[in-house]
Design a protein around this ligand. Sequence first.
Ligand code: UDP
Ligand code: MG
Length: 320
Amino acid sequence: MDRMTIIVPCYNEQETLEDYYQAISRVREQLLDMDCRLEILLVDDGSSDETLARMKELSRNNGWIRYLSFTRNFGKEAAIYAGLTHARGEYVSLMDVDLQDPPALIPQMLDILRNSDCDCVATRRVDRKGEPVIRSFFARAFYRLMRHISDVEIVDGARDFRLMTRRYVDSLLELKEYNRFSKGLFGWVGYKTRWLEYENIERTKGETKWSFFKLLMYSIDGIVAFSTMPVRIAAWIGLLFCSLAFIFILVIVARTLMFGDPVAGWPSTLCVILLLSGIQLFCLGLLGEYLSKTYLEVKKRPIYLCRETNLEEEDGTPTE
Ligand code: UDP
Ligand code: MG
């Protein structure tokens, strides 16, 4: 019998855990009929509400539910990494706890992996219904930009919800970088991926953990992690301005020789100085972005720290 592990990152999800448990229990029955044992790995990303207590209760009552709890909020990427590290199944899935990823798709995904040469079945939303317009606009712009400046394919609307084979997961785990941008890593490892599409489902309970600002920062992480184009563009802009300056100098020298030197034009000089120093600062900031990421990378700090788990115990009793 095969085994499937579903990794579920949770951050302050006390309202949604119970509904998720109900939904996934039904899927578990279906999977058993398909000769596949299901195991759930709940990752508590440093929640400050009752999430961990609910997790413990669920895993106490169900041997097939295990949990792992971080010492603080390390972010969803860290939770995904922790889950991938501890997943034992031949098939590994990743899904949100808020039921925005329909659990009913899982049997179908398993069927595809078993009967094709794909190593990953991923999902994408075909629309962004229910999402703020500005957020959708910037999300689209981000994916368009990424298509142009990165070699790795990052699919618009791709969710983290996916089912992967063991070898795909092992390849993901070989990427040990600290600044993790999973949407890029999934594409980077290669293999064949089949895409399933579905319409956006709104969160049933609780609230999204991603503010606009957090998403903006995340997109900058993505760009820095998967493209060096911005610093290259900065260099090109520098070259362009040098050429322009050279031409200006020639023009001014010629003009002075021909028509004398009327003192005028200080406002335009000021504008040029302001513009150029702005561009310089911006490019310095860009460099700083790459440098700071490199700085964090060379420190080799752990991606997450675990405070409490019942992973070691087969029968589900917690170890502290
Ligand atoms: N999440 C997490 N750590 C965080 C933020 C979110 O583990 O710092 C989890 C969250 O509990 C949920 C999933 O990541 O299971 C997706 O979060 P959310 O639904 O808030 O994002 P959205 O669906 O709005 O993109
Ligand atoms: Mg959600």
